[in-house]
Design a protein around this ligand. Structure first.
Ligand code: IMP
Length: 211
């Protein structure tokens, strides 16, 4: 059984991506942990050399937990198109070039897709929690939908403005953040992480923090 974090524990969020950091902090909010970003602590960002999302998330969490001496949570995620054989996938961040320009990355995806009739798309997310002694626990989530062009909406980050999840009309870039958090790849991986490793929520405590 995976180890569970105690309420009040400081957790390093092992990402230098501000969009991901914000979403992870929002998802963690009910669990009374103390999140701090790897960037704030000046921790290094390792090369993502693994062959899948879980391998990269594990690698990033372990490097941060060992360097920071505290539990660390890392996310590795990506956007995939069926017509492109799953690309950009693991390389989603790199399609934005050195400046991580996602307007450029989305344009590159749209150009690669052209007028291909198959618009099926999905986001994948692996979340890994690591402890400084080397123990890790990893979780995976995915959300299916289709790609649209031109991009729509100013919310979210990365490829959000060109993705419409199944059952919705809005892109992740147009959607209320709470709605994205209810169905996203990250939220699905997070649900499994919370069940196994986050402090148990007291069902008698309401949003005011009072019983
Ligand atoms: P990495 O996990 O740091 O390699 O980067 C994953 C990349 O995938 C991000 O930079 C985003 O471009 C994209 N991505 C991951 N999750 C999301 C999301 O929820 N919305 C939009 N783009 C995402």
């Amino acid at each position: 059984m995976a180890r569970r974090l105690e309420p009040g524990t400081r957790v390093i969020i092992a990402t230098h991506n501000r969009g991901k950091f914000r979403e992870i902090v929002e998802l963690l909010a009910p669990y009374r942990l103390d999140p701090v970003s790897a960037g704030e602590l000046g921790l290094p960002e390792p090369e993502e050399t693994a062959e899948d999302f879980v391998g990269n998330a594990r690698l990033k969490a372990l490097v941060a937990a060992r360097a920071g001496g505290e539990a660390a949570l890392a996310d590795d995620s990506g956007f995939s198109l069926a017509a492109l054989g799953g690309a950009p996938g693991l390389y989603s961040a790199r399609w934005g070039g050195p400046a991580k320009d996602f307007a450029l990355a989305m344009r590159r995806v749209a150009e690669a897709l052209g007028d291909h009739p198959d618009r099926r798309a999905w986001f994948s997310c692996a979340l890994s929690l690591a402890w400084p002694d080397g123990e890790t626990a990893s979780f995976f989530g995915r959300v299916e939908g289709h790609a649209v062009w031109p991009p729509r909406g100013e919310r979210g980050f990365g490829y959000d403005p060109m993705f419409v999840p199944l059952g919705a009309d809005e892109t992740f870039g147009e959607m209320e953040p709470a709605r994205k958090h209810a169905i996203s790849h990250r939220a699905r991986a997070f649900e499994a992480l919370a069940a196994a490793c986050l402090p148990l929520l007291d069902p008698h405590i309401g949003e005011t923090g009072k019983r």
